[in-house]
Design a protein around this ligand. Structure first.
Ligand code: MN3
Length: 221
């Protein structure tokens, strides 16, 4: 799209991003088998189904077959959100105890809104532990409000606050932890904290707070 200098993903051509580390790199927190199945099978399925949904949507438009629109919109929301969140999830993890400390921008934004880092961490871990059913815990920056927020997501797409840009996400679907932790989701989340790649969180947050465009034209509200 030359006029805007954008290179959109062509319709139906999303791809599965490679993991930025080996399948056993997150041991012992996340075992190799869990990570392999999670990335190669689960994430891959979301990518494939998102592509199919986009292709089906084009067929629907071509044929004016809008009786299937509710199904297609659900597929776009579920698989599109699943693809995005997993793509972020892989990058914000690294080998246990190797992810450094929260960066300056991360620390400043967390303490200005949550009052203390410990308060933020407690809310995040409790929110992740108490997601009802399959879902995510998400720390995101909302450019409309110009502050961070912690959200629970059910499945991948429910319970959002529109505009949020996720910067730290924890997958609490059973497929993310069940082989090793069984029903002990809280044990997985507390161990997962050791995997957080704070440098990547900081990088994402810097991009998020610099979101340009029409948001610059309006004050926070
Ligand atoms: Mn998952």
């Amino acid at each position: 799209m030359q006029i805007l200098n954008l290179t959109p993903v062509p319709l139906g051509q999303h791809t599965l991003p490679a993991l930025p580390y080996a399948y056993d790199a997150l041991e012992p927190v996340i075992d190799e088998k869990t990570l392999t199945i999670h990335h190669d099978k689960h994430h891959k399925k979301y990518v494939d189904d998102l592509n199919q949904a986009e292709i089906n949507a084009q067929k629907m438009r071509d044929g004016k077959a809008y009786d299937v629109i509710n199904l297609i919109e659900r597929q776009l929301a579920f698989n599109g959100s699943g693809h995005i969140l997993h793509s972020i999830y892989w990058t914000i993890m690294t080998c246990p105890d190797n992810g450094g400390n929260p960066g300056n921008i991360t620390n400043a934004l967390i303490t200005s809104y949550f009052k203390s880092f410990d308060g933020f961490k407690e809310q995040f871990i409790n929110a992740a532990s108490q997601v009802m059913g399959s879902g995510w815990c998400i720390l995101g920056y909302n450019p409309f409000f110009k502050h961070l927020e912690i959200l629970q997501a059910e499945k991948h797409e429910n319970l959002t606050q529109w505009g949020i840009i996720p910067v730290l996400v924890c997958d609490v679907w059973e497929h993310a932890y069940y082989l090793k932790y069984q029903n002990n989701r809280a044990d997985y989340i507390n161990a997962w904290w050791r995997l957080i790649n704070w440098e990547e969180v900081e990088r994402r947050l810097i991009y998020a707070v610099q979101t340009k465009g029409f948001l610059e034209m309006i004050p926070a509200y």
